[in-house]
Design a binder for this molecule. Structure first.
Ligand SMILES: [Cu+2]
Length: 472
């Protein structure tokens, strides 16, 4: 009752206000109701602000990279200048409106003299405006130049070139001629996941990439489908992946040494939140599962980076047949004259591998380096079990420190995803066919198997999950 009466009163007041009838909130609403409206507004404001924190996984206010920090500084300068303008202009207006308001009896006074321009005020206002614009323009231009070219001549940023740091790390990853190349990662935005290729090292991975701390890394951004936007909020600003356009950006994550700009954010992992793990996100609406198109960035020391590169370059052996995938596939598939070699299908992992390159047709869309699975429609799965997440940052695989999570949960995540992907990621292009295609997704493969009277059993999915967990 009270609520309805109050609402009616508020609406009545608003109507009067919009009709230009004399409107004074306190008189119109009454002191009690005005108090309630103000109180309610305050609660909403506080509740909204309570969601604000500078220490969230994707907060640009907590910069841990050179580009992000430069952009944060620029943002803050702009905020301060705008705040100054807001307070001076708004404050002047408030004072004037209040001081010169109409008082009872003023109707009878003569009209005040109407001034027309004041050269002093006008010149100083123009000068002040220009000064404020310059204050914003100088760091803006500096930031444009900073992000627009790969930095090679600054003392602190110099080790960006491959040759400089791999020898530091005691590694020899590429040939002499590539010494002067910057470390480059090719980023492919897919619907709805990310592929990362280190051509210099012959590595392709997905949804998670490694970079050495304190080193400039170049990113080439591509898309063969729709527009995506590549963004690691804490390390560098976003750049779009646009079909038919060669975009690029660079980033450098903090390594705890004092940078030439005077900042030091402690050693990698000193921040309890990060552990050198930074969240990324597609920042351009790209279709049904856009909101689930996440990725992760691991910032590690040179030594760990080299170790990761070497690990990722390793081919995956088949779980039987002396590691030879060709022999394994032939032996486990069999045909009419030679039945499948059951001795190679003794363990869950072996049965899972046989399904992967056989009846389940996972190989159509996925690559496992060293095997005959060379599909590229889905993520490269060669070392999927050593990534911190699966399904584009959506399901946990390892914890934030890269340590194993509960193996049951880890297996369940793999099992759940492959056995009913549609429950996790709406519209994902693993279960459903590619746009424009009438068939081809895992959904149709499963259907085909049912038609052929060899439906997938729960055990099959568990076996495949067991195999996936060996892909470390
Ligand atoms: Cu996207």
């Amino acid at each position: 009752m009270f609520l309805r009466a109050s609402l009616n009163q508020i609406i009545h007041c608003l109507r009067r206000a919009t009709r230009g009838v004399f409107f004074h909130p306190r008189i119109c609403l009454g002191r009690r109701l005005l108090g309630r409206v103000a109180g309610f507004g305050l609660i909403v404001l506080l509740a909204t602000l309570a969601g604000c924190s500078f220490k969230t996984p994707q907060s640009t206010m907590d910069a841990h990279g050179l580009v992000a920090r430069d952009q944060l500084d620029l943002f803050l300068i702009t905020v301060w200048v705008s705040l100054f303008i807001f307070i001076t202009v708004g404050g002047t207006m408030a004072v004037v409106v209040w001081k010169f308001r109409e008082r009872p009896g003023d109707e009878n006074k003569p009209m005040p003299s109407q001034g027309h321009g004041n050269p002093m005020i006008e010149i100083s206002l123009i000068t002040a405006s220009i000064a404020l614009l310059v204050i914003i323009a100088v760091p803006t231009l500096k930031a444009i130049f900073l992000t627009d070219a790969l930095p090679t001549n600054q003392p602190y940023w110099k080790p960006s070139l491959l040759g400089n740091w791999y020898t530091d790390a005691g590694g020899q990853l590429t040939d002499e001629s590539s010494k002067d190349e910057p470390l480059t990662i090719e980023v492919d935005g897919k619907q709805w996941w990310w592929s990362f290729t280190y051509t210099q090292f012959g590595i392709t991975t997905a949804n998670e990439f490694y970079i050495p701390a304190g080193k400039v890394v170049q990113f080439k951004l591509r898309s063969d489908n729709v527009i995506h936007s590549f963004w690691v909020p804490k390390i560098a600003g976003k750049v779009d992946c646009i079909p038919g356009r060669a975009n690029w950006m660079w980033m450098m994550a903090d390594d705890g040494k004092v940078a030439s700009d005077g900042y030091d954010h402690g050693p990698i992992g000193a921040d309890k939140y990060e552990n050198g793990l930074y969240y990324g996100q597609c920042a351009q609406y790209c279709g049904e599962a856009h909101a689930f198109m996440l990725f992760r960035t691991r910032v590690v020391s040179d030594k760990d980076f080299v170790a990761w590169v070497k690990h990722s370059q390793q081919k995956v052996p088949a779980p039987a047949a002396g590691g030879d995938w060709a022999k394994f596939s032939i032996a486990t598939k069999g045909n009419e004259t030679t039945p499948p070699d059951k001795t190679m299908l003794a363990t869950a992992e072996q049965r899972g591998a046989a399904l992967f390159v056989g009846r389940a047709s996972c190989m159509m869309c996925h690559t496992i380096d060293g095997s005959n699975a060379t599909g590229t429609i889905g993520p490269n799965l060669s070392h999927v079990a050593s990534r911190t997440s699966i399904v584009a940052g959506f399901l946990d695989n390892l914890d934030n420190e890269g340590k194993a999570i509960d193996p049951v949960r880890q297996r369940d995540n793999f099992y759940n995803w492959i056995s009913h992907p549609y429950d996790f990621k709406p519209g994902n292009l693993m279960w459903y066919p590619l746009p424009g295609a009438t068939s081809g997704g895992l959904r149709d493969i499963v259907k085909q198997n049912i038609n052929n009277k060899t439906p997938f059993t729960d055990q099959d999915w568990h076996d495949i999950a067991a195999f996936l967990m060996t892909l470390k």
